[in-house]
Design a binder for this molecule. Structure first.
Ligand code: HH2
Length: 291
């Protein structure tokens, strides 16, 4: 069987083993690391640190999606992410940019970024075209309802897993219809986006149902508030809980985990991989990211 591959602008990411996407927030106000990497030099150094820690991909964001965070203008968002993207694309790994703005998508793809990660699943006018115009850029389509500031008011579902699956399937069909090949797409249930702790946990427990769309899953549990509800800990103290959630997600079929704490996640996945290789439940080979 051909190993699953995520096609991105410069790299075919081999998903026969789980991949770790390191988070680089260039924002002043992200929920767990806001302001730490707002200076481009610090963000660039953080990219290098995450790669030393074993990250397979980098995800650079310039807009916090924390409830209540102020939305930057496109100019502000670009000023935050572009210098970091320009550096990150020299580091030899796929570079993703976490944005919903078509003008930012176009600029970062022109600057050499490989992937657009959109928490609004390319629903803003012009977003699908911005990615479709690029012959190979990868895309992550995430589930959310409404806007970050008010999304928790829309956390009402009869069956959260079925409704998230339906949304993601519909978005995938729409972007494929616009000319973005399936091999360029991964799906994300959007942990913490318009969801209660119970919804997030149901999405993890029943995550395999989301694989029915036949597309790889990317999942972001890192330091999220559900882990605070479960452990009573602040975001910076949620490393162990984040690693546990990432492992559970991989065990249930996630191909990429989006994390702040790369080194402990990579260690945990090494243990998981060595056992999965023996019981045949997971990765069959070590896999590489091919240019
Ligand atoms: N979560 C956040 C941001 N972007 N993208 C994807 N695909 N999946 C996620 O779960 C996801 C995401 C929120 O986390 P973080 O970037 O740490 O915080 P903030 O939005 O406050 O910058």
């Amino acid at each position: 069987m051909t190993p699953p591959v995520w096609r991105t602008a410069r790299f075919d990411v081999d998903l026969s083993r789980p991949r770790v996407m390191g988070i680089v927030n260039t924002t002043p106000d992200s929920f767990s690391d806001g302001g730490l990497f707002a200076d481009p030099a610090d963000a660039c150094a953080h990219c290098e640190r995450l790669l030393r820690d074993g990250a397979d991909l980098l995800d650079i964001g310039g807009e916090s999606t924390r409830p209540g965070a102020a939305s930057p203008t496109a100019t502000e968002e670009l000023a935050r992410v572009l210098p970091v993207v320009r550096h990150a694309v020299t580091l030899g790994v796929p570079v993703s940019v976490d944005t919903s703005r078509p003008e930012v998508m176009r600029a970062v793809l022109d600057a050499g970024a490989d992937i657009v990660n959109d928490v609004r699943a390319l629903q803003r006018p012009g977003a699908v075209d911005a990615v479709a115009m690029h012959p190979r850029a990868g895309v992550c389509l995430m589930h959310m309802r409404g806007e970050p500031g008010s999304m928790q008011q829309q956390a009402h579902y009869v069956d959260v897993v079925a409704e998230v699956a339906e949304f993601l399937g519909a978005r995938a069909r729409a972007v494929v219809a616009a000319g973005i090949g399936r091999e360029r797409i991964v799906l994300d249930p959007g942990i913490g986006f318009a969801k209660s702790a119970e919804h997030n946990l149901a999405l993890l427990a029943r995550q395999r149902e989301l694989l029915a769309a036949g597309l790889p899953l990317l999942v972001g549990w890192s330091r999220k508030s559900t882990l605070g509800v479960l452990t009573g800990r602040d975001p910076g103290q949620r490393v162990a809980a984040s690693v546990a959630a990432a492992l559970l997600a991989v065990e249930r079929g996630a191909s990429v985990v989006r994390v702040h704490d790369v080194a402990p996640t990579v260690d945990a996945l090494k243990v998981w991989l060595s056992v999965a290789a023996l019981d045949g439940a997971g990765a069959s080979s070590a896999g590489t990211i091919a240019a």
